[in-house]
Design a protein around this ligand. Structure first.
Ligand SMILES: Cc1cc2nc3c(=O)[nH]c(=O)nc-3n(C[C@H](O)[C@H](O)[C@H](O)COP(=O)(O)O)c2cc1C
Length: 357
């Protein structure tokens, strides 16, 4: 654990702690950066996070899924992205843009039969998929031009690539469906195209949901590990797992072996494994490292503690867990739009949506 990983693109990591991609709904309606979003991320870099991801940022207007989402979809976005990358670099952090397409949450589903999400959604044609891939490439090139250190392709949490990977969501019988290799084709082709289009020193990673968690749609762990292996073979510099417990075992499978361990064992040693899920204390981070996670990724604890990397080693550190008082959130660079967004999560903010029973 002592030496820090160097990504195979050559980027030497500065810590084993990273900030999770966190949707904060603070962008302007056209997807350009707002001062509140800049302040929110810069506060985490100044607090000691040495790896900062943006929120899921749409690569095209057709992949744009919710209000306030950051865009990396056109030249109009580049000025704000440049300001953000510059501020994060000056604060001492590496930075990545999380490249996102909402799939059926936006406009395109793997198949029209699975488009329960809304009227504006249709089954993707081969032409649509070629365009999606080109949009990811253009967004990655824009991210590099803006001065970021890398991109993370969002292949987790139920959006476009997860929908293609999940057998329940992808009944296609063409090249982008069928067996696991077919269902992974869109993700792997996109990754290869992105890797080929950016500079060799620019980091390209992939976030995955390697195992079906709460929604019972997705992959069994053996398939998740196989996709992670393919992602590494296709040139990813890091693999990032979205989990509910970064040290835990798969919820619906009869094994005590941690998910991270299975995926770590599937990856070549030179590809670090990042994972998020329930890291509140240094003891949680140690448990995740023991389970095979090279870089622990913090979501909620980083919302409450922008300076977690600095303060969490103190013997009297007690993480502030939800529900959080709104005054506390305002004091840690959570702007009004993000506060309103967090209030919608059950049990997250005092006075917001109540916790589920
Ligand atoms: C408010 C909020 C916004 C999130 N937005 C994103 C996102 O944009 N992209 C993503 O991949 N995951 C997103 N996630 C998931 C987190 O990255 C992380 O995986 C999850 O919160 C689990 O980590 P934690 O237990 O440390 O909070 C979000 C989570 C929260 C709570």
């Amino acid at each position: 654990m002592s030496t820090l990983p160097t990504l195979r693109c050559g980027l030497a990591l500065r810590d084993r702690v990273a900030l999770a991609p966190l949707t904060n709904t603070q962008s302007h309606a056209d997807g350009t950066l707002s001062d509140d979003e800049l302040t929110w991320l810069r506060a985490r870099a100044e607090g000691g996070f040495r790896w900062i991801s943006t929120c899921a940022a749409h690569v095209s207007e057709e992949g744009h899924a919710w209000e306030g989402q950051l865009g990396v979809a056109s030249e109009a976005h580049v000025e704000g992205l440049t300001r953000l990358a510059t501020a994060l670099r000056e604060a001492g952090a590496h930075s990545v843009v999380q490249l996102y397409h909402g799939g059926a949450r936006a406009t395109l589903a793997p198949d029209k039969l699975t488009t329960a999400d809304g009227d504006g959604v249709r089954g993707a044609t081969a032409g649509d998929l070629a365009r999606v891939q080109a949009d990811f490439v253009a967004a990655a090139v824009r991210s590099e031009a803006a001065g970021f250190d890398g991109v993370e392709i969002h292949g987790a949490n139920g959006y476009l690539f997860t929908q293609f990977l999940a057998p329940e969501d992808n009944p296609r019988t063409d090249a982008w469906g069928g067996d696991l290799a077919g269902r992974a084709k869109l993700l792997l082709d996109t990754l290869r195209a992105v890797r080929a289009a950016v500079s060799p020193g620019f980091a390209v990673g992939v976030r995955l949901s390697p195992v079906d968690t709460w929604w019972r749609r997705g992959l069994v762990l053996a398939d998740g590990a196989q996709v992670a292996r393919w992602v590494a073979e296709a040139g990813a510099d890091f693999v990032h797992l979205s989990l509910s417990d970064a040290a835990g075992s798969p919820p619906h499978e009869d094994t005590d072996v941690p998910v991270a361990r299975v995926v770590r064992d599937a990856l070549p040693p030179e590809v670090p494994l990042f994972a998020a899920g329930g890291i509140w204390t240094r003891a949680d981070a140690a448990r995740a490292h023991d389970a095979g996670v090279d870089v622990v990724v913090l979501g909620r604890s980083a919302i409450a503690h922008p300076d977690w990397p600095r303060v969490s080693s103190a013997s009297d550190f007690e993480p502030l867990r939800p529900p959080w008082p709104p005054e506390h959130l305002s004091s840690v660079a959570v702007g009004p739009d993000l506060l309103r967004y967090l209030e919608k999560f059950p049990g997250m903010v005092v006075g917001g949506t109540p916790a589920r029973e």
